[in-house]
Design a protein around this ligand. Structure first.
Ligand code: 1GP
Length: 226
């Protein structure tokens, strides 16, 4: 059964971005709780497989966040399934999910997957554009969090600012609504202080881009959660 309740900090690795072996090794030995493999574009089966294979030499949980049907592969410790709550296109809320389950439902080990209710807050992010989002106000985001917690009983609500620093006040407000649903925050965390700031409210912080810009800075974000 995929367990994320004890996670505090995770790194998200993009299969479409090159990562030196030395950097991967430091990431895997950093003390982070898990690796999420996921990205928005150029996520192919081969790229996901290559990265998964490289991670196998380390003792760290590794989960796949599915962004398309092409890159589904067995072998991960678990699977995160995004449902983009503020998408205008039903494909990204329930459509692709329905298609995949209709096709492969009998093969799915349901205990290995968790659904993430995504709320994408950065209109310049690739994920925002690719999934045809509508920009939520703070009140909209709080309402999506309430839906995730009280109506859909989702295990994860993911406040996604991918590529930019978010609003700590909104993260705080959203957290107030969530008792059972875990709050993931991701976006623009580049320093230990930023990690500490968001970790006050979010259950789990997700660190992505900085891995590819400044590996030492990325590693320092882990210390903030210890
Ligand atoms: C992206 O939420 C993650 O999906 C992390 O965001 O890449 O901005 O760190 P950054």
């Amino acid at each position: 059964m995929l367990q994320v309740k004890n996670w505090q900090h995770v790194f998200k690795l993009d299969p479409n971005k090159p990562l030196q072996e030395s950097s991967l090794q430091m990431i895997c030995h950093s003390g982070t709780d898990a690796l999420i493999i996921g990205g928005t574009d150029g996520v192919t089966f081969n790229k996901v497989f290559d990265l998964w294979e490289r991670v196998q030499q380390y003792d760290i949980p590794c989960v796949l966040e599915l962004s398309n049907l092409e890159a589904i592969m067995p072998g991960f410790d678990g699977y995160l399934i995004p449902s983009v709550l503020n998408s205008r296109d039903r494909q990204f809320i329930i459509g692709l999910h329905h298609h995949a389950v209709k096709e492969y439902g009998d093969l799915i080990t349901w205990n290995d997957l968790l659904v993430e209710g995504y709320c994408v807050m950065n209109d310049e992010a690739k994920v925002y554009q690719e999934t045809s989002c509508q920009l939520p106000t703070a009140n909209d985001a709080v309402a999506y969090a309430q839906i995730a917690e009280h109506m859909f009983h989702l295990p994860i609500f993911y406040l996604e600012y991918s590529g930019t620093w978010g609003d700590p006040e909104l993260v705080k407000q959203v957290k107030r609504e969530l008792n059972h649903t875990l709050l993931f925050y991701g976006g623009g965390i580049e320093t230990k202080e930023q990690a500490q700031m968001m970790k006050q409210y979010a259950d789990v912080i997700v660190v992505g881009n900085i891995i590819y810009k400044d590996i030492q800075a990325a590693l320092r974000t882990v210390e903030a959660c210890k």
